[in-house]
Design a protein around this ligand. Structure first.
Ligand code: BMA
Length: 362
């Protein structure tokens, strides 16, 4: 090896070391500290867009379908960034980004934890996330023809995240969950549209750029495949590396559907938990739900069964159900809906934590 090559190798290694060191700071992130300290005492319950709208209402400050049914707010508030990258004023579910920022700050000041998903339109071609034919990933990673355009998208995401400040002007910590469900084939970053290497490069660059270049030190990252894995090895096929991920998650609707298998859902959560354990990371059930809660007992008999498993109940930090978009696309019941009493029953379980219970734990 020539001197030049050797010195290049040394500087690459030094940069990698420096990067890994700066990112060990996630151990000091207040969300990680809190979630680690309460581990085993219960699973936090979360709901997407909870404070923004529900069935029959929108943008009424203080409202929440989870609170309407159960008496308390969720402890995890989910939000969606799709549309931000195109400078849209509202996200793809019509939530104004300014309102989202202020509701996320409110959620944090109430004592909850915010988590953000992102269904972006592709850089340059603006294909929607659900375009499963388009080949996008290889063109936006470093070296790709649309890499600069992708960086501009991330710049917008960074500006949004930087706007999350509490009343003292301090950055609000949050979870970002990019490129989720990559093991499915319904998004342009899905399993058929890029190689594992390309996907990992996309994930790693996204995190590195936001943390290092944009200084988002308060950001935690969740890795969330869908349920298409059956071993640690298959779970980690898209995993970009320990320095880029803080929370190991899974999205799983299918195994909790009618005819699905709650045992299968539990098995997959065990894989997530055991992998997270080896890596010293947190484990979460990052998305689930049954559209329009068509099974009145779904909360206690499906979700409840999964969460009652002894390993799951001790090791999963949080579970989040999807949004309540009017009465045509909702995942948590509203008062009067046939599954409301059942959802309330699950949430009254001492192992499922809403906001007040979460805040009371040390
Ligand atoms: C999906 C649906 C869509 C929505 C998207 C992003 O699962 O809820 O209606 O646009 O999530 O939030």
């Amino acid at each position: 090896m020539g001197f030049l090559k050797l010195s290049l190798l040394i500087s690459v290694l030094a940069m990698h070391c420096l990067y890994s060191q700066t990112n060990n700071s996630s151990d000091e992130n207040e969300i990680v500290l809190k979630l680690k300290s309460i581990k085993g005492q219960g699973i936090l319950f979360g709901h997407q867009d909870d404070l923004a709208y529900g069935v029959g209402w929108e943008y009424i400050r203080g409202e929440s379908d989870v609170k309407r049914v159960s008496g308390d707010y969720p402890a995890i508030f989910g939000w969606e960034l799709g549309g931000l990258e195109l400078d849209q004023e509202k996200n793809l579910d019509k939530v104004p980004f300014k309102t989202m920022q202020s509701l996320a700050i409110m959620g944090h000041e109430m004592g909850g934890i915010n988590t953000f998903s992102w269904h972006p339109y592709a850089p340059v071609s603006h294909e929607s996330s659900w375009n499963k034919e388009a080949i996008i990933v290889k063109h936006i990673i470093p070296g790709g023809k649309n890499h600069e355009a992708f960086k501009q998208q991330l710049d917008k995401v960074a500006i949004f995240f930087k706007g999350l400040k509490d009343k003292n002007g301090d950055q609000v910590p949050f979870i970002f969950r990019p490129w989720h469900e990559m093991d499915g084939n319904w998004f342009w970053w899905g399993s058929k549209q890029s190689t594992h290497q390309e996907f990992k490069a996309l994930f790693a660059f996204t995190v590195e750029y936001l943390r290092e270049e944009k200084g988002l030190g308060q950001m935690l990252i969740a890795y969330s495949p869908d349920r298409n894995f059956d071993s640690e090895e298959t779970y980690l096929q898209w995993y970009p590396g320990d320095q880029y991920v803080d929370i190991l998650g899974v999205d799983n609707y299918s195994d909790l559907k009618k005819g699905g298998s709650t045992e299968a859902a539990i098995r997959k959560l065990h894989i997530v938990i055991n992998t997270a354990h080896k890596k010293g990371k947190l484990a979460a059930f990052t998305e689930t739900g049954l559209e329009n809660v068509t099974d009145d007992k779904w909360y206690t008999q499906k979700l409840g069964k999964v969460l009652a498993d002894s390993l799951v109940s001790k090791e999963i930090s949080y579970v989040m159900v999807w949004r309540n978009d009017g009465n045509v696309h909702y995942f948590f019941p509203y008062p009067g809906q046939k599954g409301a009493a059942d959802a309330k029953e699950l949430l009254s379980n001492k192992n499922i934590l809403l906001l007040k219970e979460f805040k009371s734990l040390k």
